[in-house]
Design a protein around this ligand. Structure first.
Ligand code: HEC
Ligand code: HEC
Ligand code: HEC
Ligand code: HEC
Ligand code: HEC
Length: 236
């Protein structure tokens, strides 16, 4: 709209200079307007084209897509286990986090094929029978220089998994893993939205996102240091 108005103004100005006091002024302006039409169309087309490149083509070039080795159904398994998430994701006695479960935690139930799904057949034949760990791709994986402790967040601060991971724990199927071709980071770190807009707390987990929450919590607790000199809270 505003671009349109601006263009009209410009053309009106130049017409004024050419045909002062002329009664043909109105007609002139109309003729100029009809020349402005295609220019505006051209401009809009260019704008749309560059938006498409920026929002659709660029992200597709920037991220390579990788499939998980096999699909995993969280919703189904939550029904089958006794202790919910902790049956597979638990704290060891020393406070460290078990992370993604090892094959040993699956074989109790999957020694033999239980159902007739393709995913389970591949799992049992390719991994359980050959005693090979499944090379899961970790969506939330941070670079090596970052120190992160689940105990501080889940045990001390009592935070929910969904705050940082989103609803993966309730999902029936694994989403495609997207890897940034330049940094090698997972898209879950660098954000779903190319413009950096964040709708959910789990949309992105860059340095600023960790720090943002630490700053908020700091106001109440004073336990987390993110100011100057506080780099070594999160960096090894
Ligand atoms: C039967 C075992 C099992 C149970 C129970 C289970 N998970 Fe998982 N979880 C897995 C496996 C296997 C993976 C690796 C595959 C994947 O990425 O989903 C995983 C991955 C995850 C991840 C992805 C980590 C990442 O960044 O890649 C999250 C988050 C997660 N689980 C949360 C939960 C939550 C929350 C619950 C409880 C509601 C739960 N899980 C229950 C086995 C389990
Ligand atoms: C408490 C028992 C139990 C444990 C522990 C368990 N599973 Fe399962 N799993 C099941 C059952 C039951 C099914 C459903 C089989 C069917 O009827 O298709 C299943 C199905 C599956 C399937 C097929 C899913 C689909 O989409 O149909 C895969 C793959 C799988 N499990 C992998 C794993 C992995 C990997 C682990 C270890 C992290 C694991 N399971 C641990 C009981 C278990
Ligand atoms: C404050 C944010 C936060 C919360 C809350 C949180 N996580 Fe994580 N989680 C992370 C980050 C960050 C990583 C990556 C750590 C790394 O790469 O060193 C991670 C990694 C993981 C992994 C993969 C670890 C691996 O190396 O195999 C699993 C599985 C996981 N989280 C499950 C959970 C579950 C289940 C809960 C709830 C009990 C939970 N997380 C709560 C931020 C969080
Ligand atoms: C949604 C809020 C939230 C997010 C997101 C978050 N944290 Fe935290 N973090 C906390 C809180 C609260 C504590 C304090 C726990 C306590 O000591 O009671 C904490 C503590 C820590 C500590 C221990 C600090 C100390 O003083 O011992 C480290 C290290 C840390 N966070 C790293 C990270 C990293 C790295 C990320 C991002 C990948 C992250 N956190 C994301 C809330 C958050
Ligand atoms: C609250 C936790 C936290 C604090 C405090 C923190 N960082 Fe980070 N930093 C991260 C996380 C998470 C990443 C990885 C994600 C990213 O690149 O944003 C990171 C990435 C970086 C990187 C890029 C490294 C790479 O391989 O991509 C640099 C450089 C860095 N931090 C420097 C600093 C400096 C300097 C400070 C102190 C002023 C600091 N950080 C404090 C969490 C933190």
């Amino acid at each position: 709209m505003s671009t349109n108005d601006k263009a009209n103004e410009d053309s009106a100005e130049s017409t004024d200079q050419q045909t002062i006091e002329s009664s043909a002024e109105i007609i002139d302006t109309e003729q100029d307007d009809s020349a402005v039409g295609p220019i505006i169309l051209f401009f809009i087309f260019g704008l749309v084209a560059s938006l498409v490149v920026g929002w659709v083509v660029f992200p597709q070039l920037l991220y390579s897509q990788k499939q998980q080795p096999i699909d995993f159904n969280h919703a189904l398994h939550n029904e089958e286990v006794d202790e919910g998430c902790e049956s597979c994701h638990f704290f060891r006695d020393d406070g460290s986090y078990s992370g993604v479960p090892k094959l040993a935690q699956c074989v109790g139930c999957h020694e033999e094929v239980l159902g007739d799904s393709e995913a389970e057949r591949i799992f049992v034949e390719e991994y359980v029978a050959k005693n090979r760990e499944v090379p899961w791709l970790i969506y939330s994986r941070q670079p090596d220089c970052v120190f992160f402790s689940h105990a501080a967040h889940v045990k001390l601060a009592g935070m929910e998994c969904v705050t940082c991971h989103g609803p993966i724990g309730e999902s029936e199927s694994l989403k495609t893993y997207e890897e940034n071709r330049i940094s090698g980071y997972s898209r879950d770190i660098w954000g779903r939205n190319i413009a950096g807009i964040k709708r959910n707390t789990w949309d992105r987990m860059k340095m600023d996102d960790c720090a943002e929450c630490h700053r908020e919590k700091n106001a109440n607790q004073g336990s987390v240091q993110t100011l100057k000199g506080g780099c070594f809270v999160c960096h090894k």
